[in-house]
Write a protein that binds this ligand. Structure first.
Ligand code: SF4
Ligand code: SF4
Length: 289
């Protein structure tokens, strides 16, 4: 049976997610729980409702359309019974409710992104799978990647590295470039701030580099997590000990996700943390030559 996937966005004309002009496919689902997550809509593996309460007219059409029972006097009860069917979003007259995430088949997604084939060919671009953690939907991603590469399209995957070692072979066989979001090299910090399975990222990254796969490492410099001198020195030492050559790109933590988190009623632990200052990014670069 052909695998299907859950996609929450397809973004065209991107230039920072691999070579050339790219179409980025965002897949839902992530095993990590980074407090500073920039894409909260990628956390849940299922389609879900984004609710913008500022636009709500309190007309009740959503509750009427919902096949499930909401608890009277509990305005949050719908989240607990929600199956992501989207009926409330269709009924909502103000656009306060929006269904985020759609289930799609491999052939349909490939046809959708191949509409940009001329841009890929003209710029040396291609398709990048991001998320969430796109490898949480490995069978779907690899089926899409193989179909795209058969058409001559360059395929990249942006990943946190939180996946089983068995995924490495499929990555080597099915993608051209891995954009690896390294978060830290201290297993205890990774476990505490990213997720219990996050230390796996270290052995996975090392194995990808040993396998001579094309890997670009990205490090989001997050204040209070990995921006201290000791953190950066430890990360630089760890990378210096890795085989092969790779590129490292530092990027700043920003707070653009604050506005998005409210739509999913999730607390945002980093809401009061100042964005990474450019001067700190420049200083941080010193550790990496
Ligand atoms: S249908 Fe939309 S506008 Fe009406 S109560 Fe529900 S969220 Fe608010
Ligand atoms: S998406 Fe479907 S199940 Fe969820 S609240 Fe809306 S109508 Fe109810």
């Amino acid at each position: 049976m052909t695998p299907t996937g859950v996609v929450f966005d397809v973004s065209r004309g991107c230039v920072e997610d691999g070579p050339g002009v790219r179409t980025v496919v965002f897949l839902k689902g992530c095993p990590n729980h980074c407090g500073w997550c920039h894409n909260p809509e990628g956390r849940s593996p299922r389609p879900e409702i984004a609710l913008d309460r500022r636009r709500c007219l309190e007309c009740g059409a959503c509750e009427e359309a919902c096949p499930n029972e909401w608890v009277a006097d509990d305005p949050e009860s719908w989240r607990r019974v929600c199956t992501g069917c989207g009926a409330c979003a269709e009924a909502c007259p103000s656009g306060a409710r929006r269904l985020v995430g759609r289930r799609v088949e491999v052939d349909a997604l490939v046809a959708e992104v191949m509409a940009d084939a001329d841009f890929f060919a003209g710029t040396g671009g291609g398709v990048t799978f991001s998320g969430g953690e796109p490898l949480a939907q490995g069978p779907f991603l690899f089926a899409c990647a193989s179909a795209l590469r058969a058409k001559g399209v360059h395929v990249a995957v942006e990943t946190s590295g939180t996946w089983a070692a068995s995924v490495r072979k499929d990555l080597r066989d099915s993608v051209d470039l891995v954009l690896f979001d390294l978060k830290h090299v201290d297993p205890a910090r990774l476990r505490a701030e990213v997720g219990v399975g996050a230390p796996r990222a270290l052995s996975n990254l090392r194995a990808l580099l040993e396998a001579d796969l094309s890997v670009q490492i990205r490090l989001t410099v997050v204040p209070g997590f990995n921006d201290g001198d000791e953190d950066l020195a430890a990360i630089a030492d760890w990378l210096a000990d890795c085989p092969g050559t790779t590129t490292l790109h530092l990027q700043p933590f920003h707070r653009m996700a604050v506005a998005k988190q409210v739509l999913y009623d999730r607390p945002y632990a980093w809401a009061d943390v100042e964005p990474t200052h450019t001067s700190r990014l420049i200083e941080a670069q010193r550790w990496f030559g």
